[in-house]
Design a protein around this ligand. Structure first.
Ligand code: ADP
Length: 551
């Protein structure tokens, strides 16, 4: 027998209209630009909705953004899906070849681009003939605007449009909740980038997931700072989550300068912020120079947060960095770390170990581990290591217009490519990415664990461990380490530091001190680039020092 409850659709239009009605006075602050209330953002969004009609953007068409975190980007986050178009947020650090591939593959109809970022995308415009309009989001960069009939100014476009009236939400039907709302391409470390096509339903449920108490628990009193870019998997759902909760939003603009971010956190009394570990590493030395007393929750995700980094935050401001584990394919948040009541009376060292884990899956997310060879499910005993697989209403079930290949199991679970243990309480602990694990003499060595051990040395800023081919053992670990400025620590000292922490045969064959590590477009340490330059340079380490070169 069916229940008799109303089958109302879950839509992003509801997020907009809820913020407009209930939290009209709450604010969206953009660094360097100023403050707007949700009422004002909603008014802009309603004008933008009409402007999209005027531009003739059909329902279902892809509308791309090539932009940093600011309130105009938020208006696009709302207006595009609320009017049944699809928001395609593009990573602004992609090489031209990938950029052209994904704009072509997505068949973007319009591209909204920050004026400052024109030099990164406009040279490709000639090869992107399907794009009918290029709408420039103004800023004070002074970058020349191309004289081309396809180029329009965002503020002129929006201010010249009448605000759409009435409820967008009411135009959705139950079946519409499955409509595509957003599109993000994964980095394509293997093969071309693949598009993850979010639906209204998945986005709203994921947004609610960020409100789940005991996890991130966004609420009305929060002031939320997504440092994570709005092009990186929906800024981890923080903008939609904040609006659902009625929390204020602080958007940092284009600068990722540590002092800028810390000043913003202090001035706006930010309570929740999210960023990749490399960003938190950059902020760590300056924490005590700012009043971060309002901070209650810091999310670190995209790669493992070294326990020493999290503990340094706890020591300095009383708030550790909490693991957020996920993937673009999971909208992206799948699990959140941290201790629960059962750990309250545990010894501090044990609580540190719990905090080092990726945590428990959010409500509605199912996880399991499977034997890499046989695919058989492995026990949740905290020791068996297997490929992490995930299922849930905000987990991808396929990719946009490409064959999913072996990314999904026969019963439809997503294969994450991560190796993990799961314990009896459902805590995930990532051992490594499958492709980063080091196989030495038939035994596995976790690069993540070695990096965590090295990073616990007080002079270490960042560390990355990769495999070096070895005639005898097949592979051996080699560590690349960035030291604090002025540090006199040596490779031998670092090896001595980690010797008590890991098995003897895990000790890296070499510790190479470098001035910087290559980063991916989303700011993570790029082991692919590190492997490539290590292979290309042979034993000439001088090549490995250009941290920004791969951006
Ligand atoms: P990319 O492949 O471009 O890095 P994603 O941003 O989707 O794409 O990255 C997802 C991957 O990042 C996960 O499969 C996992 O390996 C890693 N990751 C994400 N969050 C964490 C975390 N909290 N701890 C360790 N690894 C993480």
């Amino acid at each position: 027998m069916d229940g008799l409850m109303q089958p109302r659709p879950l839509t992003i239009a509801h997020i907009l209209e809820r913020a407009e009605r209930l939290y009209a006075h709450k604010e969206v602050v953009t660094a360097g630009e100023g403050r707007l209330t949700y009422a004002e953002v909603a008014r802009q969004t309603r004008r933008l909705a009409t402007a999209l009609d005027t531009l003739g953007v059909p329902a279902g068409a892809r509308v791309a953004t090539f932009a940093s975190n600011h309130r105009r980007h938020l208006e696009l986050y709302l207006a595009v899906p609320a009017t049944k178009r699809v928001l395609h947020s593009i990573n602004i650090r992609l090489p031209a070849e990938h950029l052209e591939y994904i704009v072509g593959h997505a068949e973007d109809d319009v591209v909204f681009v920050d004026r400052a970022l024109l030099p990164r995308i406009w040279p490709s415009a000639g090869r992107l003939r399907r794009v009918r309009h290029w709408v420039v989001l103004p800023d004070d960069s002074g970058v020349p605007i191309p004289a081309d009939p396809r180029v329009l100014d965002y503020d002129e476009l929006v201010s010249g449009a009448a605000p759409a009236t009435g409820s967008f939400e009411e135009t959705f039907t139950l079946t519409d909740e499955q409509l595509a709302s957003g599109l993000c391409y994964t980095s394509g470390t293997t093969g071309p980038p693949k598009g993850v096509l979010y639906s209204h339903r998945s986005t709203v449920l994921h947004g609610l997931g960020t409100l789940a108490a005991g996890f991130i628990g966004l609420c009305e009193s929060d002031v939320v700072l997504p440092i994570v870019p709005m092009f990186h998997a929906n800024a981890w759902g923080l903008p939609y989550g904040a609006m659902l909760a009625g929390a204020s939003l602080v958007l940092p603009g284009p600068s990722a300068d540590p002092d800028h971010l810390l000043r913003l956190m202090a001035a706006e009394r930010v309570t929740v912020a999210g960023a990749v570990p490399t960003v938190w590493t950059g902020l760590a030395p300056r924490l005590r120079d700012h009043d971060l007393g309002a901070t209650r929750f810091l999310l670190g995700g995209g790669s493992a947060v070294p326990p020493a980094l999290s503990e340094a935050y706890r020591a300095a401001i009383g708030v550790p960095i909490t693991h957020s584990w996920g993937m673009t394919e999971i909208s992206p948040v799948g699990a959140i770390g941290g201790t629960r009541t059962q750990h309250r009376d545990a010894a501090e060292a044990d609580r540190v170990a719990v905090r080092a884990a990726q945590g428990q899956p959010l409500p509605l997310v199912n996880v399991r581990i499977a034997d890499v060879e046989t695919g058989r499910e492995l026990p949740r005993d905290g020791t068996a290591v297997g490929e992490l697989q995930v299922a849930g209403p905000w987990v991808a079930g396929g990719y946009f217009r490409v064959d999913a290949g072996s990314s999904f199991t026969a019963d439809g679970w997503l294969r994450t490519g991560d190796l993990a243990t799961i314990d009896a309480d459902g805590y995930l602990r990532l051992v490594d990415r499958m492709k980063d694990l080091i196989k030495s003499g038939g035994e596995w060595i976790s690069s993540v664990e070695l990096e965590g051990a090295i990073a616990s040395h007080p002079d270490v800023v960042e560390a990355a461990v990769i495999a070096r081919p070895d005639p005898r053992w097949m592979e051996r670990p080699v560590a690349y380490v960035v030291l604090r400025e002025g540090s006199a620590a040596t490779a031998d000292e670092l090896l001595a530091h980690i010797t008590p922490m890991v098995a003897k045969w895990w000790l890296p064959d070499e510790v190479v001190l470098v001035p910087g590590l290559p980063k991916t477009g989303t700011g993570k340490i790029s082991k692919t680039a590190l492997r490539d330059s290590a292979a290309a340079s042979g034993r000439d380490r001088a090549e490995l020092v250009q941290p920004e070169a791969k951006l």
